[in-house]
Each structure stands twice: as structure tokens, then as C-alpha cells.
Write a protein of this length. Sequence first.
Length: 213
Amino acid sequence: MGPSAAAPAGCSSSCCPASPVVGAQPKALGGPVLEDVKSDRRVRLTSWLASKENPFFARSLVNRVWFHLLGRGIVKPVDDFRDSNPASNDELLDGQTSAFVKDGYNLKGLIRTILRSRTYQLSSHTNELNADDDLYFSHALTKLLPAEVLLDAISTVTGTTTAFEGLPQGARVTQMPDGKDGPPGPTDSSHQAVTPQSSGGIRTPRWRPSGPV
């Protein structure tokens, strides 16, 4: 947006000289001003987002992976990084973030570190000292199974299989790539159709009767 003319308060444009109004420059949250008009601002923004100069990217990603694996983030809610909402363990979040950045943002390495930790391997059984704790990871938190895991578990227990278009017989729903699009139609041995529905990047099978209701 270029400068435009505006008359001072209390004056009409006919009697007062116009003063220039300078448009505001776009600025990343906690980051640089994107004032360079010679390059694509979107490219500069995405480059900064994943750079070491952005203090939020690695921390939020570590916290989200921790949330998915343990049922609760080090910062809760998982995407609420306000100054007034501190982490339950700053040293833990800082250490995991530093290691994640040093390892070149290696997600597999991050997941491996968490899975091999004593915290992840704790039992969900509590004692009189930690029964009320849902903040400091003194015991494992029970959580609902993802829809994909639940469907595979039901198929295993009942001895049935679910057919999915484009996959071999006996394939599990957890083997299906995220975001796979296709026409409804995969059916199981009980003649019910399963239509994968996308929900926040997680594939959620939706059951519906194949015949008239």
C-alpha cells in the first residue's frame, strides 16, 4: 500500500496541506519485518518459521509430539504458548527443543528419545503420592485409542478383515496413508461400508450401513 494524503484533524483538505500516511509493514510474530518488496514475503516468512531464529517452531513441535505420545503436552493446552501459561517443566521442554534443533529437526530421533525415556515407560498405576497428579508426568495417563488402532483391534479380536481399495487383502487401516482420497466403497465381511474421514490430519473411519436403513 502506497502513501496517501490525509488532512490534519480539524482542517478541511482545501485549507490545510496534506500529510502522507505510510502503510504498516508486515511483521512475523516475534520475528523480522518483511519489508523487502523484491522477494516473496511468503517465502521469507516460511524460511524464518523453520529457522533457528524462531523460538516458537521447535518448541511447539516438541510439545505437540510429546502430547500425542503421552496424552498431555509439557505446555497445556498444546498450542497455548502465552507467557502467562508456563510449561510444567521448563528444563524438560528446553532440553528436548535444543536436542531437536541440534539433530536437524529429526522427528524420528525426537520420537525415539521420548519412547526410550523412563517417563514414557511409566505405569498408569498410581500410589498415594501421585494419584492426583496430571501435570508432572509422575505416572502414565490413560487415553482413548485412535480410530485407526481401534478398528484394527476390533478386526483382530473378531477375526475379520476390512477391504480397502488399492490395498492388498488383510491390510490394516493404520497402513493407509494420511489424506488418501477415494470413492466410498471399502467393505468388510459384515457388509458395512467404511468411509475414511479426515479430521485434523487423522484418518477417522466412519461406519454406515450398506443397505437401506
